[in-house]
Design a protein around this ligand. Structure first.
Ligand code: AKG
Length: 292
């Protein structure tokens, strides 16, 4: 990670701005107070924090077996992504995974069981800062190329998302459920909105969503910045660079009990995925055969 980038200001549209904190302000305020404040913020990490960068990451984790997500590169599609396991090296080297070929490819791998790797990738002791080894929590590595789009959805966790390489555009929107027109809960899509892209919403079809999105925020997360996204906020993300690398921490929190719809959907979706054998963000801890 090259944290030497100057702190570049967020791109803000006419929507409300996301407040920013320096790292010192964040530590003085404290994580618990931030959870209580329950409002998104962008925190700038200290300049001296230096992670591995792309080459270092490929070198250190190249043999790790990671999960590759694939889906049509089409903002109208309604299919479930498919996943397969590949050695991370393949993602960096194989032309198949280049952008612009009709498919969005993204690595999302939960590396929580390898804290030394988490720390090396980030360049600081994340175990001290985030309680990600606690049961159900996760430390996910996200890698994607330009244009890869993560559709609008909601997670049942507190979320810290750190940009390591490349900028990523997020659209985030406050908690709610029916206003977001969730897709079929029974088919395990209750965390996703029928409106794939919050930038392109059919107001006649989704009137309550159009009203809700008046409260949305937009931001571009720069390398060296960390987004705190409170539990229950809807969000979507688009990779803006040839190579985007992010790490995010999903942390469980008792505020889930204030959002019973989300708790219900999360429990149902977890069980559905388990029964159907759908990938469920479990920890990755295998090395490729060649490395054994
Ligand atoms: O980076 C992305 O593409 C999506 C990130 C996300 O959904 C998350 O941090 O929960």
């Amino acid at each position: 990670m090259n944290m030497a980038h100057p702190a570049v200001s967020l791109s803000e549209s006419a929507t409300a701005a996301v407040p920013r904190l320096t790292f010192d302000q964040f530590t003085a305020f404290g994580q618990r107070a931030l959870f209580r404040a329950d409002t998104p913020v962008v925190i700038t990490l200290p300049d001296e924090v230096q992670g591995l960068g792309i080459a270092g990451l490929a070198e250190r984790l190249g043999d790790m077996v990671v999960t590759l997500f694939e889906e049509p590169s089409d903002k109208q599609h309604a299919e479930r992504w498919t996943t397969r396991q590949i050695p991370l090296r393949e993602f960096f080297e194989d032309e198949e995974y280049q952008a612009g070929r009709g498919t969005w490819h993204r690595i999302v791998s939960n590396i929580r069981d390898n804290p030394a790797d988490v720390n090396a990738v980030l360049g600081f002791d994340a175990g001290e800062m985030f309680d990600y080894r606690r049961s159900l929590n996760a430390a996910n590595l996200w890698i994607s190329r330009r244009g890869v789009f993560t559709q609008s959805h909601v997670d049942e966790f507190e979320n810290f998302n750190i940009a390591l390489e490349g900028r990523k555009r997020f659209v985030i929107s406050p908690p709610g459920f029916w206003e977001y027109y969730p897709r079929s809960v029974l088919r395990g899509f209750g965390d996703k909105s029928q409106a794939f892209d919050f930038d392109d919403v059919d107001k006649a079809r989704f009137p309550k969503l159009a009203a809700k999105l008046a409260e949305r925020r937009e931001l571009i997360l720069e390398p060296g910045q960390m987004l705190y996204l409170p539990l229950g906020w809807w969000h979507q993300a688009e990779s803006l660079e040839e190579m985007n690398i992010n790490v995010n921490f999903w942390l469980r929190h008792s505020k889930i009990f204030q959002r019973p719809y989300l708790l219900g959907v999360a429990l149902y979706t977890f069980t559905y995925r388990k029964l159907k054998g759908v990938y469920n963000y479990g920890p990755a801890n295998k090395r490729a055969e060649s490395a054994r």
